[in-house]
Design a protein. Structure first.
Length: 626
């Protein structure tokens, strides 16, 4: 980095030299990005040298430097000596001090606007609590918010649906009714699949014994049919639709803050995994105000009822793309369908091939919930595939995964291989007979491997209810890859904390965040460090039809890159969790610039971010957006 006092500051130089990059068009999926045309002015806007540059090409040598052009693309990678020719008088030069420079992280399954909205409410941070402890926390929230007495809603985020102690305690509205308030109270589960309401909230939502279960959801009831206060999956909508929303200005400001935090984590592209009209309005407002730092692929939600009407679903998708297709930074072409729920007790809404077990290890007659039938999903996949829409299926249980694969196979039989890269997300439990089906069908496996650890979610809330044999199959990343499936990665933020680099580490060692917990079968399903890095960059870029635009650092491709504070290829794997991001570029434009809180040498190889202590028993407390 040049330090002469005669040189402008780094921010001023980058803002000037890279200013044109902000206008670089975000090309349509699958469109080739041409190499920059020869120019009389060959100097780069930016050169990062003394680095270990990962181009993203498998088996390619590590380079020492990268040059970024004034059009926001990569000019070249190579040795420090070779790239000196790109350094002009006004070229910004950054000394990486031996740290890694690589593609920015492509998050193939997240809900970033949801993180912004959650940040507007108090949070339980996903902690495990007894009923009295939970009541004490809510009393604190009530005392801090007296302005909304006596009738204003109290919405509390990041309640842990598997963490009500002692284990097996079932949430009921009476536990919330005992609090000293008449305010309606809604606790929103940090898994995104459960909500818990007091009686006042149920009354305002009109949820009674006569209210039918909505398609794709379940109202948990007392023996007499009266709602008990727990709402699963789409039944949550009955509650949340009557909660007063934030103003658009509040929401846009909150979302801008969390997207900036994501840029500071090195994320340059998001697939927003469940988008409806109001989210598109928010993205449009963010883009209009210049506060949308990442490229966004919105996966437009197809609900369980609309999934039964493929022609109607296609019209809906085309309508939204027509209305919002000109919003800068948005790239359309993906639709989202929830095939099931979650596997952990007490929810157990994930669709399984064999029944869940009871607490004594005996089979029950419950196999979870399949929200879209195999026949309906096959018809939907066939119609959308023919129209060149990509489907992105939420499938946690092995029956839901098989339903997704059967649907994509039906589309291939009807339409041939069209290269739409249909995707299955989560893949917590996959029947081994289905591992080999992904590659021939061209299906991408989008996995959230930060879940692949020993913690309350995989042990107390899961192992007793599926048994040891199925438990050993959890998150089969190595098995899928060995059978030719292409892996991509996602955080599912804010269902999980935004701990990007910890996510990359966990894919390798599958270790829990608490000492003594051990690892979740790394000898069976852990993947290599290089595979994990590719999974979260070029693998996800391929999922999103962006492999010719980003995900690798090759000449002519967009300069979506990060400069880190250490060499992630050489440090002990445990230290990858604590990676700091010094610089993030999207299309050559600076979207984050900042020094790490501590130099790499001072960070313990065994240490993890302090905020990860909240992840044990929870999924959201460490994201920093609260």
């Amino acid at each position: 980095m040049r330090s002469s006092s005669s040189q402008p500051s780094r921010r001023r130089v980058l803002a000037t030299a890279l200013g044109a990059a902000a206008a670089v068009p975000l090309v349509a999926p699958g469109t080739a990005v041409a190499s920059p045309l020869p120019s009389k002015r060959r100097s780069a806007a930016l050169v990062v040298h003394h680095a270990r540059v990962l181009t993203g090409e498998e088996h390619a040598p590590v380079q020492q430097a990268v040059a970024v052009g004034r059009d926001g693309t990569v000019l070249a990678t190579g040795t420090d000596a070779a790239l000196k020719r790109f350094i002009g008088r006004d070229t910004e030069v950054v000394d990486a001090r031996g740290a890694t420079v690589m593609s920015g992280i492509h998050d193939g399954h997240a809900h970033p606007l949801g993180a912004g909205e959650r940040s507007l409410h108090p949070s339980l941070d996903g902690t495990s609590l007894t009923v009295p402890q939970l009541q004490d926390r809510i009393r604190e929230f009530l005392a801090a918010d007296t302005a909304h007495e006596p009738d204003g809603w109290l919405v509390v985020e990041d309640w842990n649906p598997v963490g009500l102690l002692p284990a097996g305690t079932v949430p009921h509205h009476r536990m919330l009714d005992a609090l000293p308030t008449r305010r309606p109270i809604a606790l929103i589960g940090d898994d995104g699949h459960n909500a818990w309401a007091n009686q006042r909230a149920l009354d305002l939502a009109g949820i009674t014994a006569a209210t039918p279960d909505p398609s794709g959801g379940h109202i948990v009831r007392d023996p007499d049919g009266t709602p008990g206060g727990l709402l699963k999956d789409t039944a949550q909508d009955l509650l949340t639709r009557v909660i007063p929303p934030p103003t658009q200005a509040q929401l846009v400001d909150a979302c801008a803050k969390v997207l900036a935090q994501a840029a500071a984590s090195g994320i340059t592209t998001f697939m927003d995994a469940s988008v409806e009209t109001h989210q598109l309005d928010t993205y449009a407002a963010l883009a209009a105000s210049g506060r949308l730092p990442q490229r966004i692929v919105p996966a437009l939600l197809i609900g369980p009822d609309l999934a039964k009407d493929p022609a109607g679903a296609l019209r809906h998708l085309h309508d939204l793309r027509t209305r919002y297709g000109q919003v800068p930074g948005l790239r359309f072409g993906t639709a989202k369908v929830f095939l099931d729920g979650v596997i952990e007790y007490p929810s157990q809404t994930a669709a399984l091939l064999s029944p869940y077990l009871d607490a004594d290890g005996k089979p029950t007659d419950h196999r979870g919930d399949l929200y879209v039938s195999a026949a309906d999903y096959g018809r939907l996949a066939t119609v959308l595939d023919r129209a060149d829409w990509q489907l992105h299926a939420h499938a946690i249980g092995d029956r839901a995964v098989r339903t997704a694969l059967d649907g994509y196979e039906a589309a291939v039989r009807a339409n041939g291989r069209r290269g739409n890269r249909h995707t299955v997300a989560h893949l917590q439990l996959v029947d081994p007979a289905d591992y080999r089906r992904f590659a021939p069908l061209g299906v991408v496996a989008c996995m959230q491997l930060q879940w692949a650890m020993r913690d309350i979610w995989t042990m107390e809330a899961l192992l007793p209810y599926i048994g040891a044999a199925r438990h050993r199959l959890l998150y089969p990343a190595r098995s899928l890859s060995r059978h030719g499936a292409l892996l991509s990665g996602g955080s599912d933020w804010p269902v999980d904390p935004l701990q990007t680099w910890n996510q990359i580490r966990t894919a390798v060692d599958r270790e829990g965040s608490e000492a003594g917990e051990g690892a979740l079968y790394p000898e069976l399903e852990g993947i290599s460090r290089a595979s994990s890095l590719r999974m979260h960059t070029s693998g996800t870029a391929y999922q999103l039809h962006m492999e010719r635009l980003s995900g690798r650092l090759l000449p002519g491709m967009a300069a979506d890159l990060v400069v880190l504070d250490r060499d992630v290829t050489r440090v002990p794997i445990g230290e990858v969790s604590g990676v700091g991001v010094r610089l993030t570029l999207v299309g050559g434009r600076v979207v984050h610039e900042g020094a790490s809180s501590a130099p790499a040498a001072s960070r313990s190889a065994a240490a993890r971010p302090a905020a990860l202590a909240g992840v044990h028993g929870g999924r959201h407390g460490a994201c920093g957006c609260g």
